[in-house]
Design a protein around this ligand. Structure first.
Ligand code: PYR
Length: 558
């Protein structure tokens, strides 16, 4: 039987025990979440996830988990794909009943970018478990324990598996780097274990964990916490991801993260096929069949082509070992590169990268992941644009107008960084602004869900479901726009991806499944001239019947 059966039967503690007892290396597949978040700007639609899911369920029964939710997927689904993230979860749960689902929870920031009131985080986790989520990887972008603990408690109360994460930065294999050394990680892991984590995660969000460092860190945590499963996450940005995951496995990691071959590499996770093949017929054999990986990869290769406009690695053609110097997480790396290239400032990118590590030091040398990575990136760009050196920033801090993310960071709105805020820079930047010296979410009043519900129902003139209410609690304006869009255009998630992204061509016929077994066939016949109201009449056949509709031509009206 698969790991989900074990989880259902044994509960989180029994599940963790069985994971520790298992002999081979276990894999989490990130293809449904982090791989496309890292390579395709999180744009993969439920339509394409659903189509392959029966195959996934049937052929990957022995996966430890399938990561398919959280991180940026929640926001992007509502904002850009016009689909409900909860519906995605429900459908995948039906199609894949046997593999544990895993999500990424940003601690007190849930699936957003700032702290929410505690009752929002609790209710969110509760609903996620009710809709089929099993394992929650919980991190905080500053490794700030109180923020992580809120998420841990919320997940624990909801009955989910708690996988608390250490966000990895620096290089434990370099004795000259003393801040983020083995002791730092051992102490943090100790706190997470004490707080009741079922699984310990090492989250290497920028792909900095070299093979030797992986070996050192995992062996030391393995020795200290013999009963806790260790789950290691990395990105393949420099190209050393497979080597690092094999080193982690040999040092005693129980689970590592991989993405299917055609969705792996560069800023994504290391290749599933490479790890599976490397361990075949060894003590760490994953038990996964390479032919199945190959067929799965073929599907994703074709699917990836549909999302070509969102390819993040068009500017980054190969691995990048300079991340060991600048420590920029993969998603941010391609973003900053794209911004610079599209402005014709490729040279400036080199400067931004150098400035990123200088900005990091100024801010106190912090872990960099959503949202702390944005603070460092904003500071670096601010310094490049204003031709500022670190010395100039320190001298002139009282008169400079820093990006708001930087000011908020120094106020303590993200939490407290390891080692504290650098002074006197903090005081100079804040100039007496309010500071938070404890967990910022603790001082937020609870969200009044009933009031939010009434106001949404009044505004949209219809009943608001529990899940839409939760989405609105996390992303108020994004959810408002999503609800308006669905009222106006209907369930666009039933369109195939080519049609969704590019629209219909004249004379092209398309089939849309409106409910199970019930399809509409639509064929566009002709598009009329622009009328004086800026609209065109579009003639089409609907199940063979001639119809027409007036559509505003927004392009022509620009
Ligand atoms: C996220 O927060 O979305 C990451 O992938 C770290």
């Amino acid at each position: 039987s698969g790991w989900r059966d074990i989880l259902i039967k044994e509960g989180p503690e029994g599940f963790a025990k069985k994971v520790r007892q298992h002999n081979g290396l276990l894999l989490m597949d990130t293809t449904y979440r982090d791989a496309h978040q890292s390579l395709l700007a999180t744009r993969v639609r439920s339509y394409d996830l659903n189509r392959i899911s029966p195959y996934t369920a049937h052929n990957f029964n022995n996966l430890f988990s399938l990561e398919n939710w959280g991180g940026a997927t929640f926001d992007v689904a509502l904002r850009f794909l016009h689909e409900c993230p909860w519906e995605r979860l429900d459908t995948l749960r039906k199609l894949i009943p046997n593999i544990p689902f895993q999500m990424l929870l940003r601690g007190a920031n849930a699936v957003g970018y700032t702290n929410y009131p505690d009752n929002v985080v609790y209710k969110f986790c509760d609903l996620a478990v009710k809709h089929g989520m099993d394992i929650f990887r919980i991190f905080d972008s500053l490794n700030y324990l109180p923020n992580i603990k809120v998420g841990m408690e919320a997940v624990g109360n909801a009955g989910g598996v708690i996988e608390a994460a250490i966000s990895y930065t620096g290089d434990v294999s370099d004795p000259t780097k003393t801040k983020y050394n083995l002791k730092y990680y051992e102490d943090l892991a100790g706190e997470l274990v004490k707080a009741g984590t079922h699984i310990l995660s090492i989250k290497d969000m920028a792909g900095l964990l070299k093979p030797k460092a992986a070996h050192l860190l995992v062996s030391s945590l393995r020795d200290k916490f013999p009963d806790i499963p260790i789950h290691v996450h990395t990105h393949d940005t420099a190209g050393a991801g497979v080597a690092a995951m094999l080193a982690a496995a040999e040092a005693g990691a129980d689970v590592v993260d991989v993405a299917v071959d055609s969705m792996s590499g560069m800023t994504s996770q290391p290749s599933m096929g490479a790890v599976v093949a490397a361990l075949e017929r060894t003590d760490l054999d994953t038990g996964i069949n390479l032919d199945n990986v190959s067929a799965y990869s073929a599907y994703w290769e074709q699917t990836r082509n549909l999302y070509a406009p969102f390819e993040c690695c068009v500017t980054m053609k190969s691995g990048n070992s300079d991340i060991y110097i600048n420590e920029i997480p993969g998603g941010q790396y391609t973003n900053l590169q794209f911004q610079a290239f599209s402005l014709g400032l490729a040279d400036q990118f080199e400067e931004v990268k150098k400035m990123y590590s200088i900005a990091n030091k100024l801010l106190g040398d912090i872990p960099k992941v959503t949202p702390s990575s944005k603070v460092v990136g904003d500071m670096a760009q601010f310094m490049v644009q204003n031709k500022l050196t670190a010395e100039m920033v320190e001298e002139r801090a009282e008169e400079l107008s820093f990006p708001s993310s930087v000011v908020e960071y120094f106020q303590g709105l993200l939490g407290l960084p390891p080692g504290g805020f650098p002074e006197p820079l903090r005081s100079k930047i804040l100039r007496g602004a309010k500071t938070f010296d404890e967990r910022p979410g603790a001082s937020l009043p609870p969200l009044d869900f009933d009031a939010l519900k009434s106001s949404l129902e009044e505004k949209h003139g219809k009943k608001i479901s529990e899940v839409n209410l939760m989405s609105a609690a996390l992303y108020p304006s994004v959810t408002d726009n999503y609800l308006d869009f669905i009222d106006k255009y209907g369930p666009v998630n039933t369109l195939d991806t080519r049609m969704f992204l590019a629209g219909p061509n004249v004379a092209q016929e398309t089939e849309v499944e409106i409910e199970r077994g019930k399809t509409l066939s639509i064929k566009t016949l002709a598009v009329g001239d622009l009328n004086k109201n800026g609209a065109r009449e579009v003639f089409f056949e609907l199940n063979g019947q001639l119809r027409s509709v007036l559509i505003k031509d927004e392009e022509a009206m620009k």
